[in-house]
Write a protein that binds this ligand. Structure first.
Ligand code: GTP
Ligand code: MG
Length: 197
């Protein structure tokens, strides 16, 4: 099993000139605010406070580049769809995310995180469409698996697949940071996709 031994916040950026040099493959985590992107990064890297987590949405307001084992990067993107952030601010974040997705040549794939309890929002659908268009799709992570019953897992993952218009070969991996579920499967798929070892 692939082990993440070393992880650090290499760079924080709001624009392209601040990105670290594109010398290694990147996977980005995208999704609605509060879906659990930063929590998942902390869990994957086994570092409780590497990424900032909060009960109140809108915690991550910049692009954070985490360097993993000196082999690849995980990029934490600001969450979208948080109503209490002003339109102007949301637009700024949107441009920041889009700028990164469009111009980053070493970006291999974007993991779209959705909450396993809910049908993906219109913005989630839009994001997945966008990822498909730029060929950055193929990995969806359904978070907070601990919050639903076993019976609902199949039903909810089916709804997520259908709503996002996922292809059959696209991966949908349910995870729980709280209960430590699905994480090995996620890590092994990430390193596989990135071609790390
Ligand atoms: P933004 O930075 O606003 O985009 O949010 P984010 O997607 O980074 O979410 P964050 O990791 O800050 O988590 C939001 C909330 O969800 C926190 O209160 C976490 O404790 C909670 N959370 C994250 N993962 C899980 C999980 O697997 N299970 C449960 N029950 N709660 C979780
Ligand atoms: Mg965050």
């Amino acid at each position: 099993m692939y082990r993440i031994i070393n992880a650090n916040l290499e760079q924080t950026a709001v624009k392209k000139t601040q990105y670290p040099i594109d010398d290694m493959m990147e996977i980005a985590f995208a999704g609605r605010s509060n879906v659990g992107k930063s929590s998942l990064i902390n869990f994957l890297t086994n570092r409780k406070k590497l990424a900032r987590v909060s009960g109140s949405p809108g915690k991550t307001r910049v692009i954070n580049f985490y360097r993993i084992n000196d082999e690849f990067r995980i990029v934490d993107l600001p969450g979208y769809g948080y109503a209490r952030v002003s339109k102007n601010e949301q637009e700024k974040w949107g441009n920041m995310i889009e700028g990164y997705l469009l111009e980053r040549e070493n970006l291999k794939i974007v993991a779209l995180l959705v909450d396993i309890r809910h049908k993906p929002s219109a913005q989630d659908v839009q994001m997945y469409e966008y990822l498909k268009y730029y060929n950055l799709h193929g990995l969806v992570v359904a978070t907070k698996l601990d919050k639903i019953s076993r019976n609902d897992i199949i039903k909810n993952t089916k709804i997520i697949r259908e709503t996002l218009g996922m292809d059959e070969e696209d991966l949908l991996i349910p995870v729980s940071v709280l209960k430590k579920l699905g994480i090995e499967e996620l890590v092994s798929n990430i390193v596989n996709i990135l071609g790390v070892r």
